[in-house]
Design a protein around this ligand. Structure first.
Ligand code: ARG
Length: 471
């Protein structure tokens, strides 16, 4: 065999057409085995299903089929046990497996690739891998929801300032705030389920792009691999990577949700807020400032979001100019996909640990409610309800009361009644009392609102909806 500057030989898989080996740079840019070895189990599973179908269709003899199946099991065991010598000159997982199979069982190995191509093979492998990854990710999202629900239940009545513009707005409960994330992660699970439903069709048997002249049974391989049906169009089957993009879009949004929660944990855990304490096990110190206790896990979850969003952009950009059907560009789908999936799962694990270990500081949350005139809307609502004022007029009057309270360094509840009445005669002691934090919160009983009773109801409803717990 001719040796090239890359140290390699002519590829035995297509040596017939070639007179020389790849150049050194080709040997560096071309192989995907460095990352697609991760698909070994899926590749072997797909090959076994394909071989069994070829036997049943009379395309392979039973003896060859048996030799191939046993050989593939041995290859799978070698890889699983770390005894497999991956070879870069064989480019990818498909050819590494086939070449080793040939060493183990001889010529029969060469019959496995009948009526298929690496194009339908990689599409099948990647769908199998992503389907399992979605199932794992869904379970991890459910664990995070469970951790949030436990904290929400504990803190259904723990008051804290709710923010808009990161300025104190109205009092809410900590449980209510956490339940907002339960909804977000519930939608993330829905998006992953949508993606899974659409990706669960089998490309195998599309062959290179046009189908095959062999009498294959695509329904049989699809069923054997747990797919709902074979993909309808062989050209679409080998060129479609929508499922990768859909997953990455869902992953990018889930990572964005993790990032927003992390940002809040960073804010809340700082001494200026002091709303929560993150366990030592999820914090980091400083090499110079002895007093520091940094929310490192939250910062890293927040920071890693960029990788997941970047993966989405990378794959969309890779696909946008590709004529049908397969092109080698598509080999570039795997590293972003693997990295994004791993990053999301790491972020989920870290966030679940943070949420479960978060210690809320109800006194600090309550004290923060006393600053910021959170009951102002309650007084305006009271004027509308009890005195029949138009809301706009009530809003204006309360604005002036707030200005007064600010000048005096008082909260609304303690503004002298006579001075409040000088601004708006309809205000009574009851109106001022309506601004008290616990009252303000308890009054918001509208569906999905922050009243502790409503929060408790939402916790049970969310457990039923998302975690399948009995009513
Ligand atoms: N390594 C390739 C990939 O990841 C597998 C398919 C290669 N097909 C081909 N005709 N070169 O996309």
């Amino acid at each position: 065999m001719a040796k090239g500057e890359g140290g390699g030989a002519v590829n035995p898989m297509w040596g017939g057409r070639f007179t020389g080996p790849p150049s050194e740079v080709m040997a560096r840019i071309n192989p995907s085995i460095g990352f697609d070895r991760r698909l070994a189990a899926e590749d072997i599973r797909g090959s076994k299903a394909h071989a069994a179908m070829l036997v049943r269709q009379g395309i392979l003899t039973a003896a060859d089929g048996a030799a191939i199946a046993q050989g593939l099991d041995r290859v799978g065991a070698e890889i699983a046990e770390g005894r497999f010598a991956f070879r870069r000159e064989l480019e990818d997982i498909h050819m590494n497996v086939e070449a080793r199979l040939a060493e183990l069982i001889g010529e029969a190995a060469g019959r496995l690739h009948t009526a298929r191509s690496r194009n339908d093979q990689i599409a099948t492998d990647l769908r199998l891998w992503l389907r399992a990854t979605i199932d794992d990710t869904d379970a991890e999202l459910a664990s995070l929801q469970a951790a949030l629900l436990d904290q929400a239940e504990r803190h259904a009545a723990t008051v804290m300032p709710g923010f808009t513009h990161l300025q104190p707005a109205q009092a809410v409960t900590f449980g209510h705030h956490l339940l907002a994330y339960v909804e977000m992660f519930g939608r993330d699970r829905g998006r992953l389920a949508d993606c899974r439903g659409r990706l669960n069709e089998c490309p195998l048997g599309a062959a290179a792009l046009a189908g095959t002249s062999f009498p294959i049974d695509r329904g049989m391989t699809a069923a054997a691999l747990g797919f709902d049906r074979p993909m309808a169009n062989s050209m679409d089957a080998v060129s479609d990577r929508d499922f990768v993009v859909e997953f990455l879009a869902a992953a990018a949004l889930a990572a964005t949700h993790l990032s927003r929660l992390s940002e809040e944990i960073v804010i809340w855990s700082g001494p200026q807020f002091g709303f929560v304490r993150i366990p030592d096990a999820l914090s980091a110190g400083s090499s110079i400032m002895p007093q520091k206790r940094n929310p490192a896990a939250a910062e890293l979850v927040r920071g890693k979001t960029g990788r997941v969003v970047g993966a989405l952009v990378a794959v969309l950009t890779m696909l946008k100019g590709l004529a049908l059907t397969y092109a080698n560009d598509m080999q570039e789908d795997k590293e972003p996909l693997f990295d994004a999936a791993d990053t999301l799962r790491l972020g989920l694990a870290a966030t679940t640990a943070m949420v479960a270990g978060l210690e809320a500081m109800p006194d600090a949350m309550r004290a923060a409610c006393e600053r910021g005139f959170l009951g102002a809307t309650d007084l305006a609502d009271w004027l509308v309800r009890e005195a029949g004022l138009p809301f706009r007029r009530a809003h204006h009057a309360v604005g002036r009361v707030v200005r007064l309270a600010e000048e005096r360094g008082l909260n609304l509840e303690h503004v002298p009644l006579a001075e409040a009445q000088a601004i708006e005669p309809a205000i009574t002691a009851l109106g001022l009392a309506a601004t008290a934090i616990e009252r303000s919160v308890a009054a918001r009983t509208s569906f999905g609102g922050t009243a502790p009773a409503e929060v408790a109801r939402m916790v049970s409803a969310a457990r039923r909806r998302f975690l399948g717990s009995p009513p």
